[in-house]
Design a protein around this ligand. Structure first.
Ligand SMILES: Nc1ncnc2c1ncn2[C@@H]1O[C@H](COP(=O)(O)OP(=O)(O)OP(=O)(O)O)[C@@H](O)[C@H]1O
Ligand SMILES: [Mg+2]
Length: 311
């Protein structure tokens, strides 16, 4: 069994997963409430909270289970946040003389598809849409992928979060927009989505379009049109994502990452393999899952292992 640890952003998470992809435990302590009043994740606040939560979260996930491998997100993410998970993982693996697997967080998102009962087999084209990334990946085997396209500016999740902020909604914004959009008219506003060449994405122009629309509305009208704005804005993001997926011409498609939780996106890709809702946003089960297909570092060679902010 593998213990997975994830602290790359504002979720402190630990999970136990079997070699064949069964989730034994999956504990996620979200710090969202802590960061909400700042309207986004404050890196130093996140690191300090990870420090407080990491031991009890790991203890709850382990719950007496014997593990033979420790896996941890080592990149990409907030450096101070990553360091807490990497240090905890090293200490735990060293104390028990276990091997350690450093995991790429994005590989983790893809590996959320390899957990049971979904247990998706490559090959497939994967849309990874999260808070920090928006990518199209060609997945031929479970150990890796090739990047077909990526965002040139904001990530889709970032666009949701910034849009929510402009609309005066809470943080994180994706879920708030998703909920409010259900009461609005998605055709009320025609928000443009930039069409960049190839399979890349661009969302910064869309955010600016919402900014100008909101700025030009009188305050009382803004309140009345908020649901329409949310629905139209969401429609534009989902359209951009779906169009790009369709442009690949892929027959087998999968969707992972926090934005994969979006109800309109899920409904727009009915034939795709969708990461289960609980595994879309950050969790450690997906990190343990990725470790099944990544290189193990034997005891005690990993003591010099470092976290990295970039991929
Ligand atoms: N229902 C939803 N609709 C749209 N977006 C959503 C929904 N639920 C969550 N999100 C978005 O998903 C993002 C968080 O996803 P995730 O936890 O995968 O990102 P991250 O770990 O911060 O970034 P990365 O994985 O790129 O490092 C946030 O931007 C959030 O607004
Ligand atoms: Mg993530």
């Amino acid at each position: 069994m593998i213990l997975g640890i994830e602290t790359s952003c504002d979720e402190t998470a630990a999970a136990v997963v079997t070699r064949d992809g069964e989730i034994v435990s999956n504990v996620v302590a979200s710090q969202a409430e802590l960061h909400a009043r700042f309207g986004g994740v404050v890196p130093e606040v996140a690191s300090r909270r990870h420090l407080e939560l990491i031991a009890p979260v790991i203890e709850e996930a382990l719950d007496g289970h014997e593990v033979d491998t420790v896996a941890v997100t080592s990149r990409p993410g907030l450096i101070g946040a990553l360091l807490v998970g990497v240090s905890a993982a090293k200490a735990l693996a060293w104390a028990r003389r276990l091997p350690l697997v450093p995991v790429d967080h994005l590989h983790g998102h893809v590996a959320s598809l390899y957990l049971k009962p979904l247990d998706r087999q490559p090959p497939f084209t994967c849309l990874l849409a999260s808070g920090g990334h928006t990518m199209l990946l060609d997945v031929q085997e479970r150990g890796g992928y090739r990047v077909l396209g990526t965002t040139l500016d904001d990530a889709a999740g970032e666009a949701f979060d910034k849009g929510a902020r402009l609309l005066g909604l809470g943080y994180p914004g994706g879920r708030e927009i998703d909920l409010l959009a259900r009461q609005g008219d998605p055709t009320a506003y025609d928000f443009p989505v930039a069409r960049v060449p190839g399979l890349d994405f661009s969302f910064s122009g869309l955010k600016t379009a919402l900014l100008y629309t909101v700025r030009d509305l009188p305050p009382d009208e803004l309140a009345a049109r908020r649901a329409d704005l949310a629905a139209s804005y969401q429609r534009a993001i989902v359209r951009a994502l779906v169009e790009r997926v369709e442009a690949t011409g892929a027959a087998r498609v999968a969707v992972v990452g926090g934005v994969a939780a979006n109800s309109e996106l899920r409904a727009s890709l009915p034939d795709a393999a969708l990461a289960p809702l609980a595994l879309c946003t950050d969790n450690a089960a997906m990190i343990a899952s990725a470790a099944r297909y990544a290189e193990h570092v034997p005891y005690p060679d990993y003591l010099s292992l470092d976290a990295r902010p970039s991929a």
